[in-house]
Design a protein around this ligand. Structure first.
Ligand code: GDP
Ligand code: MG
Length: 598
């Protein structure tokens, strides 16, 4: 029957090894999209993904494949991101599949995220089809990579497909292996509905659109469904598949990957990882959901216009539907008013969330410098978690401050080993091991405080190695460090959102660097503004922003209307990301300035 002709699979790989390009070729070869509609990285549907050339969200698409055996198969293909910040998306898509195509770059070989993602696939008991991609490159060494896959991952790679997603070599063979090696889904059609929500988006017209993998039973328009976690019930208005545009179907059955809509307006009710069942005939036990992800980096998000607080909350709720790893809680700042403290899986994730909020929800935001979660042991024996530097307790009540450390794995050509080690030492790193992977590449492992990683570590690493180093890290443990809170005062007023935590040994230098930096960022006014850095009541650095001379303003009174309009426009745009704190206007950059020091 029908199930026998379904194959559900993902593509996993290290970033840039060619997942999205391979997905393009598969869509082309199966005529899922016409030549006219075809564009590169078709499944990267967000503007942000296209601009940056990276995949952020998982994406599911249904396609038809006419196989060599004369049968027609329905493939559900899920493209996934490769960057470590988005591995949550990967683990969710894998739970909806029976197989995974593992793409390895023939020139780069097995890399950190190749391993991480393949382990996720193995954990989910998926059939794995190794593909060695980019064999068209002159530097390709497919046989060496085949051996790496066997030695480093422990997979049989004797049948690994040699492919080029660029030129189209090997694509057909990959699809044939999917038919032969990925098991067809099983699951009883007659049992009560049991479907896993692996993603969801909010659509202004259709309400919440649930992406589901049906494991048992069937679902069709008119059915009453129940979301098991919250117990809420809805009537299904539409079911269908993405091909890649939404395509309504009469029914979804066990084994299918598709979507369900049911004019679900209540965003809080729908959680990724939840099970959808029939309201009238519910299944006894929900599916195993997902491991909850703990945010690692926090920052404050504030609307530039205080009146937009409610809009920001709505936007965060909608975005969270589509990004289950985002967390947020209201917070308030003396300087910035009402906003949210948001938790992210990493810096790239933070960047992406801010951009999506601004683009998809039309908001202007001020983000504060990211910080990590500190665990503070207090003198009274209790422990306090501090996600916001401004909330660091009074020094007199603190026994010890513990900070998260990461195990950082840096791969680099041997000529840069010295530069990398020097940087790691400067960032309070603790050396672990160094291994030669071959004649050229060295793998260096350091234990480094996460807070140092989020302060410009990656940029420095890239610039010190002419872009050759790759960095991968995982959170390891909390370790006690000698840390202090540094406050920033503008015009003698403490600006709470500019407070940050630093190691004692670097505190004074950081204080001097940031006051100097702020001096260049904060616009002059018609009075002098002192900038000070302080630890407790002790001022550790100070400088002044000079008042501007009166005649500077007169330059704006230009006669040329064109130029005048341009100037006004420029002023307006400049204003957007600016916040008045007391009598001082602070631009967005100032809140991030601390990241560029140290
Ligand atoms: P992803 O990050 O794994 O999704 O990788 P992409 O599909 O975005 O590809 C990363 C880069 O590698 C892009 O510039 C592609 O054009 C290029 N690329 C992908 N496959 C091949 C291939 O088979 N040969 C060559 N030469 N380049 C490829
Ligand atoms: Mg991609």
């Amino acid at each position: 029957e029908r199930q026998k002709h379904i194959r559900n699979f993902s593509i996993v790989a290290h970033i840039d090894h060619g997942k999205s390009t391979l997905a393009d070729r598969i869509l082309e070869l199966t005529d899922t999209v016409s030549k006219r509609e075809m564009q590169d990285q078709l499944l990267d549907t967000m503007d942000l993904e296209r601009e940056r050339g990276i995949t952020i969200k998982l994406n599911a698409v249904a396609l038809k494949y006419h196989a060599e055996d004369g049968e027609t198969y329905i493939f559900h293909l899920i493209d996934t991101p490769g960057h470590v910040d988005f591995s949550y998306e990967v683990s969710r898509s894998l739970a909806a599949c029976e197989g995974a195509i593992l793409v390895v770059d023939a020139a780069q070989g097995v890399e950190a995220q190749t391993l991480a993602n393949v382990y996720l696939a193995i954990d989910n008991d998926l059939a794995i089809i190794p593909v060695i991609n980019k064999i068209d490159l002159p530097s390709a060494e497919p046989e060496k990579v085949r051996k790496e896959i066997e030695d480093e991952i422990g997979l049989d790679a004797s049948d690994a497909v040699l492919a080029s997603a660029k030129t189209g070599i090997g694509i057909e063979e990959i699809l044939e292996q999917v038919v032969k090696n990925v098991p067809a889904p099983d699951g009883d059609l007659d049992k009560p509905l049991k479907a896993l929500i692996f993603d969801s988006i909010y659509d202004d017209y259709r309400g919440v659109v649930l992406s589901v993998r049906v494991f048992e039973g069937t679902v069709k328009p008119g059915d009453r469904i129940k979301l098991m976690n919250g117990g809420t019930e809805y009537e299904v208005t539409e079911v269908g598949v993405n091909s890649p545009k939404p395509l309504a179907r009469d029914i979804l059955m066990a084994g299918d990957v598709g979507y369900i809509t049911g004019s679900i307006k209540d965003i809080q009710d729908t959680q990724v990882g939840d099970t959808v069942t029939s309201a009238d005939n519910p299944t006894a036990k929900p599916l195993e959901g997902y491991r909850k992800m703990n945010p690692m980096v926090y920052s404050g998000l504030y609307p530039t216009d205080n009146a937009k607080f409610v809009d920001l909350r709505e936007a965060l709720e909608k975005l969270q539907l589509n990004d289950a790893s985002l967390t947020f809680e209201p917070e308030s700042s003396q300087a910035l008013g009402f906003g949210f403290r948001c938790g992210f899986l990493g810096l790239l994730h933070m960047d992406v969330v801010q951009e999506r909020l601004e683009r998809e929800f039309n908001l202007d935001l001020i983000t504060t410098a990211p910080s990590v979660t500190y665990r503070v042991d207090l003198v009274d024996g209790s422990e306090k978690k501090v996600e916001n530097p401004a909330e660091m307790p009074d020094a007199a009540t603190i026994k010890a401050i513990n900070e998260p450390f990461v195990k950082a794995q840096i791969m680099v050509p041997n000529e840069y080993v010295g530069a990398v080690m020097e940087l790691c030492q400067r960032k309070r790193g603790i050396f672990d091991t160094m291994d030669y992977l071959d004649d050229i590449r060295v793998n260096i492992i350091y234990h480094i405080p996460l807070s140092e990683i989020i302060f410009d570590f990656f940029d420095k690493l890239k610039s010190n190695t002419r872009g050759y180093a790759s960095l991968d890290y995982e959170i390891e443990d909390y370790r006690p460090s000698n840390l202090v809170k540094i406050d920033i005062l503008l015009n003698s007023e403490k600006v709470d959102v500019l407070s940050f935590i630093a190691h004692v040994d670097f505190a004074e230098q950081r204080g001097r660097d940031i006051t100097a930096k702020l001096k260049t960022i904060i616009p002059r006014q018609n009075f002098e503004i002192p900038i000070q850095a302080a630890i407790g009541s002790k001022i550790i650095a100070r400088t002044n922003i000079k008042a501007y001379r009166k005649d500077v303003t007169s330059k704006i009174h230009t006669g040329d209307p064109d130029r005048r309009a341009k100037l006004l426009d420029k002023q307006k745009r400049g204003k957007k990301r600016m916040k008045s704190v007391g009598v001082v206007d602070i631009p967005q950059e100032a809140f991030m300035a601390v990241l560029q020091t140290g």
